[in-house]
Every structure is written in structure tokens, then in C-alpha cells.
Design a protein around this ligand. Structure first.
Ligand code: BDR
Ligand code: CA
Length: 320
């Protein structure tokens, strides 16, 4: 039985790799993709999602239009230098996708109810949409979601967008705080591990030649663009971290990850905005068990690479 997954994403290059990975993983059943602003504006994020689904022959998977900006109402900063002008590196999805059918926000609740008790929510973009679900539909709206797998945060290590904050938390810290407070059974994948989820050019070159999938022509150009940006920011890096693949892999390969249960808090304002905080003292302050989140702090990165290759080499697109 495959895991039913509702994905919140902002593709974005590593998001796109995560979407491709999810589509091809035989144990993941993608039941919807909420596409919002983040790495690129919402419209581009939707278009990229539609492009990937159409390449996979899975255009029936509902795309839900996410938020256009953060809860603070502040203007959005995009990252074309990392993700490309359209969000896919040098690739421009065909204009014919302009009129693709997109669902509105209420579809989220419809999906959550349809899969009540057997749905995992994965969030690999800003936390705005998930926070809005709590705000609009109430604190109990997601009580039937089995677990939340979230890429975000950085604990006792540098951020990637400010000295202390990771991009998904930084770009909407108000939303990140709401989600970390209101969602139960949260598995969090911070930079502590996603920075080490490195895929090298050798791996991508190999897949670019051997992946028996319609995604094959995209892999190398999209990755090379992203890798170049990372090399500029972190000289000496041997590959690029595909942050967003991590939570999806964690669903189907739990033995690869180790977690520390702690209550996660998020700074909303000021110089530390978006900073994630947990009490790592040997004798931490006691917190009620229901407030604890599972922070992924260790992973088997060799197996990360081998599982990534396996999925991209087998190219399974069957509906699960
Ligand atoms: C996260 O920020 C985004 O730019 C990436 O897609 C990833 O979700 C990494 O900090
Ligand atoms: Ca992302």
C-alpha cells in the first residue's frame, strides 16, 4: 500500500526534483500538489508543477493554487539566481500550460477529508498555505492528517538566507510559527541534514544519460544551473543539496533517518526572524509531549544517493 501524500511546494529546482522523485517512487501516491510563491512567483510555480505532471502523464493529479505572498503582507523576494528565471534553471515550460486547470484553496480540505486518517502532508516550500488552512478552517481542520513532513529550519548551525535562518522559515516566519504550534506529529528536516543531502554532477550526468524517463532531458540543465549557484555561494562544494527530496525519501525509507524529539519555536521578527529554536541543553526545560516535534538530525547520506539513483533509474509512473 502506497502512502497518500499531499505536497505543498514552490518549484524551484530542488522542489522539482522532489516532485519527480515522488511521482516515480512506487510507495508514494501523490494525491495533490499545492503550488505557491517562494522560489518563484505563484504563477510560475503552478506552471512548473503542471509541466512535470504532464511529462509524467499524470495531469489528473490536482494542482491547487497556493498563496501569492507571506502572511506579513511584505513584498516577496524571489531567487532566480538559484532557481532560474522560470524556476527550472534554463528551462522554459511550454506556454500551452498557461490554461491548465487549477483548483482553489478549498480543494485542500476536500483531499484531507477524502483521505482522513491515511494522509501525510509534506511541505517543501514556505509555510503560508498550511498556516492559512489553520487560520481559515480552524485548529482542528487537519486533525485527521497522519503526519506532517516539513523541510525547514536550522538548529545551532548557520542559516542559508540570513545568519540564523533557513529560507522556508525566513520567508514567512509568522506562518512557520503557526504551523509548528498547531500541527501534530511533525517530522522536521532542517538544514542540519538537508545541507548534506548532496547530489553530485557525476550522478546527474549518469542519470541524464540513463534515466529511462520523460524527465531525462531536464535533469542535467536544471541541476547544473542550481549547482553553479551553490558553488558561487559555498566555494568548494562537491555537489548541490537537494533539500526538498529529503522529507519525501524519509516517508518511504524511515531507517535512513534519526530524530530528536523537541518542541520547535520560531522567531517571527527582528534580526533573527525565521530562526528555529529548540532546547538542546543536557537538561532541557520540560514540554508537554503533544508539543514535541521530531527533528531529523542524522541521516545515511550514502543511502540517500543510492535511493535517489534507484528511483530515477527505474522510472515507475504507475498510478498507485
Ligand atoms: C529550502 O528553500 C528553498 O529555496 C528550497 O527549495 C528549499 O525548500 C531550502 O532552504
Ligand atoms: Ca522548496
Amino acid at each position: 500500500m502506497a502512502y497518500h501524500v499531499l505536497l505543498f511546494a514552490d518549484p524551484g529546482i530542488d522542489d522539482s526534483f522532489a516532485i519527480m522523485y515522488a511521482l516515480m517512487n512506487p510507495d508514494i501516491d501523490l494525491v495533490g500538489i499545492v503550488s505557491g510563491y517562494g522560489n518563484t512567483p505563484r504563477e510560475k510555480s503552478v506552471k512548473n508543477t503542471a509541466y512535470l505532471l504532464s511529462l509524467a502523464g499524470r495531469a489528473e493529479i490536482p494542482i491547487i493554487s497556493g498563496a501569492a505572498g507571506p502572511l506579513s503582507g511584505e513584498p516577496v523576494q524571489y531567487y532566480p539566481e538559484i532557481h532560474g528565471p522560470e524556476g527550472l534553471g534554463p528551462i522554459k515550460p511550454p506556454d500551452t500550460l498557461q490554461n491548465v486547470k487549477v483548483h482553489d484553496f478549498t480543494k485542500i480540505l476536500e483531499i484531507v477529508n477524502e483521505y482522513a486518517g491515511r494522509l501525510i502532508i509534506v511541505n517543501i516550500g514556505r509555510l503560508t498555505e498550511l498556516a492559512l488552512v489553520f487560520i481559515v478552517f480552524g485548529d482542528n481542520a487537519l486533525k485527521d492528517v497522519t503526519a506532517f513532513y516539513i523541510m525547514g529550519g536550522a538548529f545551532l548551525v548557520p542559516g542559508n538566507i540570513s545568519a540564523e535562518a533557513e529560507a522556508n522559515f525566513f520567508s514567512d516566519p509568522i506562518a512557520a510559527k503557526i504551523v509548528m504550534e498547531k500541527a501534530y506529529n511533525v517530522f522536521l528536516y532542517p538544514l542540519n541534514i538537508t545541507n548534506k543531502a548532496i547530489i553530485t554532477s557525476e550522478v546527474i550526468n549518469y542519470l541524464g544519460e540513463n534515466s529511462p524517463t520523460p524527465f531525462r532531458p531536464l535533469l542535467k540543465p536544471a541541476f547544473d544551473y542550481y549547482f553553479k549557484a551553490y558553488q558561487k555561494n559555498i566555494p568548494g562544494l562537491q555537489g548541490a543539496p537537494l533539500h526538498d527530496v529529503v522529507p519525501l525519501m524519509a516517508i518511504t525509507n524511515p531507517e535512513l533517518f534519526k530524530y530528536i524529539p523537541k518542541r520547535v519555536r520560531v522567531e517571527e521578527f527582528g534580526n533573527s526572524k525565521g530562526k528555529s529554536i529548540a532546547d538542546f541543553r543536557p537538561k532541557p526545560a520540560e514540554e508537554p509531549p503533544e508539543t514535541l516535534d521530531f527533528i531529523g538530525m542524522e541521516a545515511d547520506f550514502q543511502k540517500f544517493v543510492s535511493n535517489f539513483m534507484e528511483i530515477f533509474l527505474q522510472g515507475n509512473f504507475e498510478k498507485k
